[in-house]
Each structure stands twice: as C-alpha cells, then as structure tokens.
Design a protein around this ligand. Structure first.
Ligand SMILES: *[C@@H]1O[C@H](CO)[C@@H](O)[C@H](O)[C@H]1NC(C)=O
Ligand SMILES: *[C@@H]1O[C@H](CO)[C@@H](O)[C@H](O)[C@H]1NC(C)=O
Ligand SMILES: *[C@@H]1O[C@H](CO)[C@@H](O)[C@H](O)[C@H]1NC(C)=O
Ligand SMILES: *[C@@H]1O[C@H](CO)[C@@H](O)[C@H](O)[C@H]1NC(C)=O
Ligand SMILES: *[C@@H]1O[C@H](CO)[C@@H](O)[C@H](O)[C@H]1NC(C)=O
Ligand SMILES: *[C@@H]1O[C@H](CO)[C@@H](O)[C@H](O)[C@H]1NC(C)=O
Length: 520
C-alpha cells in the first residue's frame, strides 16, 4: 500500500467516523430549580457552612441529573445562582467561591480532585457528569487572586466572578464563562471585555452566557453571527417583567430572531417573580414551563436539532422594515395619546373597532397593525403602541418597540400597567414597524402568561402575523427591537468620548503648533 492510498483510506475512515459520530438531533434537558437559600447575614459564614448549604442544592441537582440521563438527555442546563442564591455582599459571598481554572488545563476534577486546591463543588459537578455520562452546565462563583498593590484589587484579595462551567460526559471541564452584564450584583466583578466561549460536541457547536447578557449585543449576538454556534446554553435567574420581558416570552423570541437553539434554565422563586424555563428553537419553543402556583422545581426535556442551519425548514432571515416602509401609513392618528410602560413614554392609539387598520408613530418609528377580533369585549381595551429611545431610568439600552397591548382596565390611563389575563381572541393580526435595527424579537403572549407555539409566524418582509386559525386570548403581540448601536454602555461610552475629546485637543494643539511654525 502506497503512502497516498493510505492517506486516502485514512481520510475515508475519518469521514465515516465523523458521519457515524455526528448526530442530527440530541436530547436536551433544562432544570428550573427552587434554590435553597442561605440565611441572610452581614458577616461571612465559614467555608464549611457555605459548602453545607451548597451541598443541599447539589443533592437536588444530582437526583435530577440522574433522571435526565436516564431519560436519554445528553446535556442538562441548571440555573444561575442555583447553588447559593443571590443575596450577598462582597464579603459574604466569598466563602461560597472556588478558584475555577481555564478549560485549557485539561482537568477532570472527579478523577483528580486536589489538583487545584480546595474545589469540592467542582469535583461534585464533574462526578455528576461523569457518573451519568451527560454534559452538565452549572453556575458557580469563581475567585481569582489579585495583587494587593493593584488599586483595583478588592479587600478580599481576590476578584470575584459570576461563572458558568460545563463538564462533558467524562467529567472534564470544557467551558468556563464569566458573566459580563451584571444586574446589580455588587458581590461580583464584571469582566473588562465580554468573553466569547464556545465548545464543539458530536451534537453541534455550543455557546454560553448568563441572564442579563441576553439583552446586549456582546457576547450574545456575536456567538451566533461570528462563532456560528448551533445552541446557546443559558443559566438565568430571571425576574419576570410584563409586558415585554417575561422569561418565556423574551427567551423564545430571542431564539426565533437569532435562529438558534436556546436552552434556558431559570431559578424558581415566585416571590421574586422567578419562573419560566424552556427549550427554544428557530421555529419556536419545543417545551416551556411557567409556574407561579407551586414551590417546586421542574425538569424539561426535548429532542433538538443539532445543526438547525442545515434543517430543510430553517427559517429565512427577516427584513424587518420591508413591509412597513412599503405601505402608506394608515390614516388613523386622531385617537393617539401618550402613556407609560414602566418608565418608558409610549404613544398609543386605541383599537376602537372590532376590526381595522391603525398606525401609531414615535419619532422615526411607525407601527402598523391590521386586525380582526373574534368579538369585541366591552370590558377589554387594546391599544397599539410605539416607543423608541433609551429604556427606563438606567437609560442605557436603546429600544424600538411596536406593541399590541391589553390595557389593565377600560380607562386609557391604565394602558401599559401590568396585565396577566385576557379573553379577547383575534381572528387575524399583522404587526409591523419601520425599524432601524435588524434585531427585532417577535413576541406573542397569551392570557395567564402562556406562549402560542405554532399559532403565529414572522414573514420575510417583517410582518408578525397569526397563523392556523383564531388566536388564544391575547395579552400582547410585540415586536421588541434592540438598536444595539445606540446603547449607552457606561464604560465603552466613556472611553470613546474621552478618546474623541483627546483627539480634538490633540488636533487643535497640532493646528496651533503648525500655525506657530508658519508664523515664525
Ligand atoms: C438558618 O437559621 C436557622 C435558625 O438559626 C437554622 O435552623 C437553619 O439551619 C439556618 N439555615 C441555613 C440554610 O443555614
Ligand atoms: C459516582 O460514582 C462513584 C462510583 O460509581 C461513587 O462512588 C460516587 O459517589 C458517585 N458520585 C456521584 C457524585 O454521583
Ligand atoms: C472588583 O469589585 C470590587 C468591589 O466592587 C472593586 O473594589 C474592584 O475595583 C473591582 N475590580 C475590578 C478590576 O473590576
Ligand atoms: C408621541 O411621542 C412623542 C415623543 O415622546 C411626544 O412628543 C408626542 O407628544 C407623542 N404624541 C402623543 C399624541 O402623545
Ligand atoms: C385594512 O386594509 C386592507 C387593505 O390594506 C383592507 O382590505 C381592509 O378592508 C382594511 N380593513 C378595515 C377594517 O378597514
Ligand atoms: C393548528 O391548529 C389546530 C387546531 O387548533 C391544531 O390541531 C394544530 O396542531 C395546529 N397546527 C400547528 C402547526 O400548530
């Protein structure tokens, strides 16, 4: 056998194993965990007490991971803060932290538990993955020793990070991600730059981020567009916020707009409005869970496409403003009025008739709605709303929103207040807007916070329309746009402003200097 033919057969063999080893679908699991919280304290507990508390939560996760594996799951996502909750100060979280090395060290904690010091939590997580032959995704706290001479080195002598870890089916650490967009978490440091963390498996390429990260471009959008991941792993501790940002509503919309799988595991803690987990894909949710009634956790499993982009019915990219710019605005601005959704000032117009065509605008954004209700309920009032601008009191994120919304009462000043139930069904709706951004998340939320899988779709020209008969009772139909370029993020805005300022000074100094030279 010549060298050349050997190379060929080796290549054929590699192709064959690739073909055999690569899976078209896999079984994903997410677990909504009712976390056992530590007692509130102003003084740090001992490391031993911290571990005892974490072990109580891990005991529950261990049972669930075993169940998931028995039901054929290849990967399971557990929530952010699932081992110790969220109520900490800088010092009080410290006993809960472990030093988490980078995956490059090639480490199976279950096999080699003492290689990186005291790491009982990492060891247990790794063993749970290894013992059950399943990828385990968990959220823990990482501490990194810093130089006390460094003025940014905190009092504990460590930087502290909100961290996701992933162990493969052999228990090996394959990914570590430090959360970038913290949500008022004073116990943690934000990374200076967002980390882009991916890893490959026989069932697709994975990316990972945490909770509030999902509202920003970095690293979430980049993982999809540049790294071309198939599936996002998403531990979260999400506090639901109507009308646009309940967990199931926004997370399912994110997967549809970005056209990837999103495995979202939320904490379960109803007094903080934390519930809502799911397995979402480009065509909508395959399974989701929302429960404000009970105090129990919930395991969800579903079959998922390993490579959604290769699927024959992979949805086409949407040109979000194509339809809205192609038509003349409907001539019904006379009933427009202002109102608030939380701190944001919307322009509204009422759906007066049982059916109609409406337009409402705010600055550059015009929203169009065509609709027909099954019956006009006297007790229920709906409005079409438009908002464009920096959102909320923080005024950092730029939103562009077109929304069909049920008002809390029949009094128009109640429009935008929190509503959870409705009885009006729509025979048809078509919502579109003149968005300046290509990142528009399509949301349909039904009465009692339920999704409407298979009952609506987004057309290539940017219309969000009903499908397959009369809708369920609607709380909101929304095109939630994020114009990331217009965001005002504290750090980056400051640097770029001061850089420009410096440039201007430098330029004017140079001009003065040149003038002086010319004059002498
Ligand atoms: C919280 O405090 C109570 C009373 O001191 C104690 O019984 C309980 O074990 C503590 N819980 C935890 C999680 O430490
Ligand atoms: C894993 O399995 C080993 C032996 O099979 C057992 O000793 C160990 O307790 C198990 N660990 C976990 C975390 O399940
Ligand atoms: C980390 O957080 C601590 C506490 O908020 C702060 O004092 C320190 O400057 C931060 N360091 C960095 C590098 O962000
Ligand atoms: C629409 O919104 C703009 C900007 O917030 C506001 O100036 C205008 O008065 C609003 N129109 C109505 C009818 O409320
Ligand atoms: C809405 O507009 C469409 C054409 O764009 C028209 O066919 C329809 O009759 C209009 N509906 C109402 C209720 O005015
Ligand atoms: C369409 O609606 C019918 C009846 O409501 C239902 O049985 C069917 O599953 C729906 N199809 C999709 C794709 O949701």
């Amino acid at each position: 056998m010549t060298a050349a033919s050997f190379q060929t057969s080796a290549a054929v063999f590699a192709l064959l194993t690739l073909h055999v080893g690569a899976l078209n679908t896999f079984t994903a699991a997410v677990y909504e965990h009712a976390v056992i919280l530590p007692n509130k304290t102003l003084t740090p507990v001992s490391q031993q007490d911290a571990l005892a508390l974490m072990n109580k939560n891990i005991d529950i996760l261990e049972e669930v991971i075993k169940q998931a594996a028995e039901q054929g799951a290849q990967i399971i996502v557990t929530p952010e803060d699932a081992l110790y909750g969220w109520e900490f100060g800088w010092e009080t979280v410290f006993p809960f932290l472990e030093d988490v090395p980078a995956p490059e060290v090639d480490w199976i904690p279950c096999r080699d538990p003492h290689r990186f010091g005291h790491t009982p939590v990492q060891t247990r997580l790794s063993c749970m993955a290894k013992n059950n032959s399943i990828y385990v995704v968990a959220n823990i706290g990482d501490k990194k020793k810093c130089n006390s001479q460094d003025s940014t080195c905190p009092s504990t002598g460590y930087f502290q990070y909100n961290t996701n870890v992933v162990y493969n089916a052999e228990g090996k650490l394959v990914a570590r991600y430090h959360k970038h967009h913290l949500y008022g978490e004073f116990q943690f440091n934000a990374t200076r730059k967002p980390e882009v963390v991916t890893f490959d498996t026989t069932f697709g390429k994975f990316g990972i981020f945490t909770c509030f990260d999902i509202l920003f471009r970095e690293p979430a959008v980049r993982l999809v567009e540049e790294s071309q991941v198939d599936t996002i792993l998403f531990p979260t501790a999400w506090m639901n916020s109507l009308p646009f940002l309940t967990a199931i509503e926004f997370h399912s919309a994110w997967a549809m707009q970005m056209r990837v799988n999103l495995l979202a595991a939320n904490l379960h803690h109803t007094s903080k409005r934390m519930t809502g987990s799911g397995i979402y894909g480009p065509k909508g949710p395959s399974v989701y869970h929302y429960d404000m009634e009970t105090a129990s956790g919930q395991l969800l499993l579903s079959q998922v496409d390993s490579h959604p982009r290769r699927s024959p019915d992979y949805p086409a990219a949407v040109d979000w403003d194509a339809y809205a710019r192609s038509i003349k605005p409907f001539p019904t601005q006379k009933h427009a009025f202002g109102g608030n959704v939380h701190a944001d000032q919307f322009n509204f117009t009422e759906l007066y008739e049982r059916a109609g065509n409406l337009t409402v605008c705010q600055k550059e954004l015009c929203c169009h709605l065509s609709y027909r209700m099954l019956g006009k309920e006297e007790s229920e009032v709906y409005v079409l709303g438009a908002f464009t601008g920096l959102h909320g009191k923080r005024a950092k994120e730029y939103w562009q929103v077109c929304t069909l919304l049920k008002c809390k009462t029949t009094i128009l000043t109640s429009c935008g207040e929190v509503v959870e139930t409705a009885s009006t069904r729509f025979e048809m709706f078509s919502l579109s807007g003149t968005f300046e951004t290509e990142y528009v998340y399509p949301e349909v939320l039904l009465s009692k916070i339920q999704l409407s899988p298979g009952k609506f779709e987004v057309l290539k020209d940017g219309r969000l329309v009903d499908k397959n008969g009369t809708s369920g009772p609607i709380v909101t139909v929304t095109l939630f746009g994020r114009w990331y370029e217009r965001d005002r993020l504290q750090n980056s805005a400051k640097t770029s402003n001061s850089a420009i300022h410096f440039l201007l000074i430098a330029t004017s100094f140079m001009i003065t200097a040149l003038q002086n030279i010319a004059m002498t």
